[in-house]
Design a protein around this ligand. Structure first.
Ligand code: SF4
Ligand code: SF4
Length: 356
């Protein structure tokens, strides 16, 4: 039984955008049958120890195209967790272009941890995040974020970072903060080719970005450094939350099970990425085999093992085809983020007169 179970439901394969770097597979009208969503919640609740937490997330396509379905499944999860004495937390990532009454009602739920995808400056965002007619989506996303922030809704912005946009990242973060966003989560495009020189530019940008993070504290956050600071502080709740099939899984619209939503893609019938079984078969989500830890030949002896987020198996898989083996991009990025966070923490302690 798990103290926390992370369940992500892919509500639909449809999306009103066609982002060039989308990894969510072909866009079709296939939606998650409600009975599959309810069954997944039942199984997750039965996998949680007394007093535990169900962390329920919604994924797509664009999940707010199925806002009514999301609302019904949230109601059901509330009922089931209340009956079993578990708590419930909710997360949803949206492209920020849908503001129907139903979509709005989901986004502004006080307990909803809302993430909006926006790559920062309008010209950077619109380079890749376009609709099927090729028009950029930035203005619609900005309007949605402004409305949400004006209504008092806290939100996190997920920003995709690619080799050709990495140098704009500090300006993009500063721009989003200027719009009133307080927390940003840059997300490396792991499906892209990153050359050695791209990785070198990324590490330079990490240094610059860390200075921006330092100036923004404590009102603003950048996950790359927030997470490293939490790891350095040995803050348990933020450490190693990658369950990858054990304590964490995703349900595709077909009802097939995946260790992480990032691996669903086209959800082809023959794939070795899916977990055994189907959501409709089984009483709980116990009994899956834990994935192997990072391989010793790559990371053995590294002093950063505990604070390096390459425990994230899907990131490793996307880069190397092996869940246990990170590549040079993940390694250099982790090292740069940790070094900068540790340096800033040490500076802060010296200013406070604290001896490290
Ligand atoms: S909004 Fe999300 S699901 Fe839709 S095309 Fe863009 S990345 Fe893919
Ligand atoms: S990826 Fe690099 S920094 Fe992370 S544990 Fe492995 S060797 Fe260390």
């Amino acid at each position: 039984m798990y103290a926390r179970f992370g369940l992500t439901l892919a509500l639909t394969r449809a999306c009103n955008l066609r982002c060039a770097y989308c990894y969510a597979g072909a866009k079709t009208r296939q939606t998650l049958p409600e009975c599959f969503g309810r069954k997944a919640i039942d199984r997750a609740v039965r996998s949680i120890a007394p007093g535990g937490l169900l962390d329920l997330g919604f994924f797509g396509g664009e999940p707010l195209l199925e806002a009514d379905l999301a609302a019904r499944l949230i109601d059901y999860a509330e009922q089931r967790t209340a009956e079993s004495g578990a708590s419930l937390s909710l997360t949803l990532t949206t492209n920020g272009t849908l503001t129907t009454e139903q979509a709005w009602a989901i986004m502004i739920r006080p307990e909803m941890e809302l993430a909006v995808s926006c790559d920062g400056l309008p010209e950077i965002h619109d380079r890749y995040r376009r609709d099927p007619n090729g028009s950029g989506s930035f203005e619609r996303v900005r309007e949605t974020m402004s409305r949400l922030l004006a209504s008092g809704k806290d939100l996190r912005v997920v920003m995709v970072v690619r080799p050709d946009t990495v140098e704009a990242l500090p300006d993009c973060v500063a721009y989003l903060w200027g719009l009133g966003v307080r927390r940003v989560e840059p997300s490396l495009d792991l499906w892209s080719q990153w050359s050695r020189s791209d990785i070198g530019r990324l590490t330079q940008v990490v240094r610059k970005l860390a200075r921006i993070w330092q100036k923004g504290l404590p009102d603003h956050g950048i996950t790359w450094f927030d997470e490293k600071a939490a790891y350095l502080a040995r803050w348990p709740s933020l450490r190693n939350r990658c369950g990858f099939g054990t304590g964490e899984l995703a349900v595709a619209t077909s009802g097939r099970l995946y260790p992480c939503e990032r691996l669903i893609g086209d959800d082809p019938p023959e794939t070795d990425l899916a977990l055994p079984g189907h959501v409709a078969d089984g009483k709980d989500f116990l009994g899956f085999t834990e994935a192997a830890p990072r391989c010793q030949s790559t990371c053995g002896g590294c002093a950063m093992m505990d604070v390096c987020n390459t425990f994230c198996r899907c990131g490793n898989y996307i880069r190397t085809g092996d869940v246990t083996r990170p590549d040079g991009l993940l390694c250099a990025w982790n090292q740069a983020c940790l070094q900068e966070t540790a340096r800033i923490a040490a500076e802060a302690m010296r200013i406070d007169g604290t001896v490290l």
